[in-house]
Design a protein around this ligand. Sequence first.
Ligand code: FES
Length: 95
Amino acid sequence: MPIVTLLPSGHQVEVPEGTLLFDAACRAGLPVASSCSAQAVCGKCVMRVTTGADQLNPISEHEKKVLKRDHREPEERLSCMAKVQGNCSVQASYW
Ligand code: FES
């Protein structure tokens, strides 16, 4: 199963392939900001992918639109849209 590393603590969580980054962080006991119940609307759940961006599902047009609306960097993903397919590491600004 893929391993997600949560930075800066370096805490690791093993999750089944297809798990959302959002859920992986919650499983690790870390809070994830959200005001849309993970419906890919609010943009608050964004995480910076530091390694393994190619181990996540491709960005959908909807996700691209939300990231662009919020002026996000290319290495950022909505954790409620990003599915883990292999090892990766991510960081949220408030961890
Ligand atoms: S939780 Fe609102 S966009 Fe992801």
